[in-house]
Design a protein around this ligand. Structure first.
Ligand SMILES: *[C@@H]1O[C@H](CO)[C@@H](O)[C@H](O)[C@H]1NC(C)=O
Ligand SMILES: *[C@@H]1O[C@H](CO)[C@@H](O)[C@H](O)[C@H]1NC(C)=O
Ligand SMILES: *[C@@H]1O[C@H](CO)[C@@H](O)[C@H](O)[C@H]1NC(C)=O
Ligand SMILES: *[C@@H]1O[C@H](CO)[C@@H](O)[C@H](O)[C@H]1NC(C)=O
Ligand SMILES: *[C@@H]1O[C@H](CO)[C@@H](O)[C@H](O)[C@H]1NC(C)=O
Length: 148
């Protein structure tokens, strides 16, 4: 009898744990709301291949469901005016919550003294003040090093 009761209690605990494990909002910072991006390797020269991995686990949890994603190489600060964003890929999130793909660094005009960032623009739907949907764009970035 006692054994049965503890078995039942144990199964309640297991169910409760299973129900709470996949979603843990406390672990998601607002900074993660447009996706978390990693570039491997993060030091690159033109013609070199690299792997981009964007993780939208927290984004989706925070209500950002990507309609499409644009990936750029940019010089966000101290741009000399000759460093426009370079589009690397425009994608849709085929396998949520992860978008991973390989790309090749273009033979663009890079400046040795510039600070390059790999930028992810996430386009997602929100509801307007009258309830009609429109698209908003959020941005997140990670720094990369480009060597010629
Ligand atoms: C980069 O990837 C492309 C496409 O898969 C491949 O053809 C090319 O050989 C790769 N380049 C290098 C330097 O590995
Ligand atoms: C994606 O992000 C979530 C939340 O930070 C993490 O638990 C998970 O391991 C990440 N997945 C990958 C494949 O990196
Ligand atoms: C990217 O390239 C690496 C190394 O060549 C390969 O192991 C990996 O499967 C590729 N990833 C994708 C998403 O194509
Ligand atoms: C890099 O050098 C160029 C040419 O000397 C200059 O125009 C530009 O402002 C510099 N950029 C930064 C980020 O220092
Ligand atoms: C917008 O409103 C619709 C209808 O109420 C709802 O199903 C949807 O989840 C809402 N979208 C967002 C992004 O809040």
């Amino acid at each position: 009898m006692q054994f049965t009761l503890s078995a039942i209690l144990a199964s309640f605990v297991a169910v409760a744990t299973a129900a709470t494990v996949p979603v843990s909002p406390a672990a998601c910072a607002q900074a993660d709301r447009f996706g978390d991006i990693t570039i491997e390797p993060s030091t690159l020269s033109p013609g070199e291949n690299f792997t981009v991995t964007a993780n939208f686990t927290c984004a989706i949890q925070l209500g950002v469901n990507p309609e499409h994603t644009d990936y750029y190489i940019e010089v966000p600060t101290n741009n000399n005016g000759y460093e426009p964003p370079i589009l690397i890929a425009r994608r849709t999130l085929a396998t949520p919550p992860i978008d991973s793909f390989n790309a090749t660094l273009p033979y663009a005009n890079y400046f040795a003294n510039a600070s390059y960032a790999f930028v992810l623009d996430t386009t997602y739907a929100v509801n307007g003040t009258n309830g009609s949907p429109y698209s908003q764009v959020g941005e997140t970035e990670t720094s990369i090093t480009i060597t010629n």
